[in-house]
Write a protein that binds this ligand. Sequence first.
Ligand code: GDP
Ligand code: MG
Length: 457
Amino acid sequence: SLSDRLTGTFRNLRGKGRITDSDVNMTIKEIRIALLDADVALPVVRHFTSQVRERALGAEVHEALNPAQQIVKIVNEELVAILGGETRRITFAKQPPTVIMLAGLQGSGKTTLAGKLAYWLKDQGHTPMLVAADLQRPNAVTQLEVVGQRAGVPVYAPERGNVEGYDAAVEYASGTRGYGDPISVARQGVEEARRQQRDVVIVDTAGRLAIDAELMQQAADIKDAIRPDEILFVIDAMIGQAAVETAEAFQRGLDFTGVVLSKLDGDARGGAALSVAETTGKPIMFASTGEQVKEFEVFHPDRMASRILDMGDVLTLIEQAERAFDKREADEMARKFMADEDFTFDDFLQQMAAIKKMGNIKSMLKMMPGMNQMRDALDALDEREFDRVEAMVRSMTPFERTHPKVINGSRRQRIARGSGVSVSEVNQLLERFTEAQKMMRQMRRGGGMPGAPGGGK
Ligand code: GDP
Ligand code: MG
C-alpha cells in the first residue's frame, strides 16, 4: 500500500523550509502508482498529479511534518475537494412529485439502486413510486417489481395493461421489438405518481453493454418527456479505466445531475470515483454497497479519498505528528512559564504567537500542565483583544519589554499612539501584566503551579 511505500520516505526527514523539487518527485511517484493501482484513469492521474505538484512545489512545510507527509496531506485535501467536498443532497421539486431518472450501462446497478433509493426515501418519510421504463430485456420489469416489493414501494409497469403497445409483448418474444414504448411508460408512470400524490417518482431505464447511440437517444427522449429534477448516472466502481469514456458519453448525451457509485462492496479501490468526478465535475451523491435493499449510503468524499489512496494509516500518522508537535510547543512554553525567571513582555509575545498559531486556546490549555486555573481568564479574552494587546507590546522598545517598570507617562503615550489605542488601555495592560508577574512569583514560591507534574509540594 501507499502507507508501506511511504514509510521509508518518512524516516529521518524533518520538516524544514519549503518543499523542494526532489521531495515532490519522490512522493508524486508513489502517489501515481497508488492512483493507478486504484484504477484511476490515466489522463485523470496525469492531470491530478500535475495539479498537486503545482500546489506542493514551494509550499511551506508544516514544522511537524516531513515533506512527504506534507505532500500526502495536500493530495488528500485535493482528492476530497474533487470528490465533492461536502455531499450534495437530492434536490426536491417545489411541486411534487420530484422526478428522479436513473441512467447508466447495463449491469451497472440501476434497477438495484432504484429499490435502495426508494427504500431510503420511504424511510425518511417520503412516498416514492418506481417506474419500469426498461423494456429492453424481457425480465427487466419483473426484476423491478421484485425490487419494489422488497422495498415496500409500488411499481408502475406495462404489465398492468395500462400502457399503449402492451400487446407488442408477443412481438418482443419474436425478437422484432420491445413490448412497449419506454418513453410513454416513463411519461405515464410520472403521471400516475402525480395522480396518486406520490412525492417522489424514480424512473428506471434501459442500459446497453457499451455506449450506444440508440440507447443514448432513448434516454434523452425519456429525459425530454419527463423533465427530471435529478438524473442520476449509475456507474460500477469496478469499471476501471473505462470510467472516463463512459461518464463523458452520458454527460454529453444526458447532462446528468449526480453520480451514484455502485458495487463499492467489492475489491475495487474506487478509482472510478475520481475519474468521474474529475472529468464531469458532477457530484457523487450515493454509494451502493451490496445486493440488498439496505446496502446503500450517502457518499463520503473523505472516506473515498483514503480508500483510493489506501492511506488511512498515513493520514493517522500525519495527524499524530501534528498533535505531538503542538504538544511539544506547549510543553516548552510551560517550562518557561515555570522557570525561575521574571516573566517579560517578550515571553508574553511569544506565548501569544503560539496561542494564535494553534488557533484554539482551550485545546492548548488542555495540553499545558497546571493551566486549569487560568482557563477562565483566558477564555474571557476574545481574539480582537489579543490583537490590540499584541499591537501595544509591539510598540514597546526591546528594553521596555524586558524592563516594564521604566514605562512612564510619556512612554505610555508613545505606545498608545504607536498601537492606535488609548493611554488608559496601555495603563490597564501594564497593570494586568504587573499582577500576572506578581502572581507567578507567588506561585513559584509556593512550590510551582498546582497540578503541574514535577511541581513539588
Ligand atoms: P442494471 O442493469 O443497471 O439495472 O443493473 P442491476 O441493478 O440489474 O444490477 C446488475 C447486477 O449487479 C445484479 O446482479 C445486482 O445484484 C448486482 N449489483 C447491483 N448493485 C450492486 C452492489 O452495490 N453490490 C453488489 N455486490 N452487486 C450489485
Ligand atoms: Mg436494470
